[in-house]
Ligand binder design. Sequence first.
Ligand code: 8X3
Length: 255
Amino acid sequence: MTKTAVVTGASSGIGAATARRLVAEGYHVVAAARRRDRLDRLAAEVGLAKDDGPGITPVTLDVTSQESVDALAASLARCDVLVNNAGGAIGLEPVAEADPADWQRMYEVNVLGSMRVTKALLPRLIASGDGVIVMLTSTAGFVVYEGGGGYTAAKHGQSALAETLRLELCGEPVRVVEVAPGMVKTEEFSLVRFRGDAERAENVYKGVPDPLTADDVADAIAWCVTRPAHVNIDRLVIRPRAQAAQHKVHRVTTG
Ligand code: 8X3
């Protein structure tokens, strides 16, 4: 029987890379996100799931909508792995200039979205006999930085959710894994944070030799979920070699 993995935020970046990677590992991947056109392209590229084999099933999902999450849960015959990847940052303003709407949105997507999807799929994860919940947090889940208040608060919250779940599920056949990446260069993370300002987004990675890629993080996620059932990777922190700590980033200057 092919195992089913649900990946949220699967339309781009780490989510799409994880969906691709888990199909390569033999999973039926339910690739869930708001942008259906992108999911359909991913499915066309990787292959639609059929006849209980590996492949992609695209599902339109808004993790901020209970109705949407309920529809996802109702569509699943089984669920062995859940990757709570949907999330993101909005803005880099100091607290003195913070917009409560941005903070609310970040909490809604990163924390409440992960909680809603986890809660809805938990019965199936338990029923699988070897469920794995991956919480894609960030190094921002345990370190703060100037301008990052809303995002770091949300990621601290999501990290707390992972730890709480691990305590509450002790004794159930479900592992809870937190994967916390540092600097990852994806097509959209910084672009969304800077509201479409491509130059500011690009400057985040300027001069940094080899920031992590979405594939690097997908590789780490795949490793965590494919450990034997009794091995729980509590938290995996992954950074590029050029980032020794949140504020310690090596940059090569030219000219
Ligand atoms: C992204 C890492 O450093 O931008 O989660 O907060 S950081």
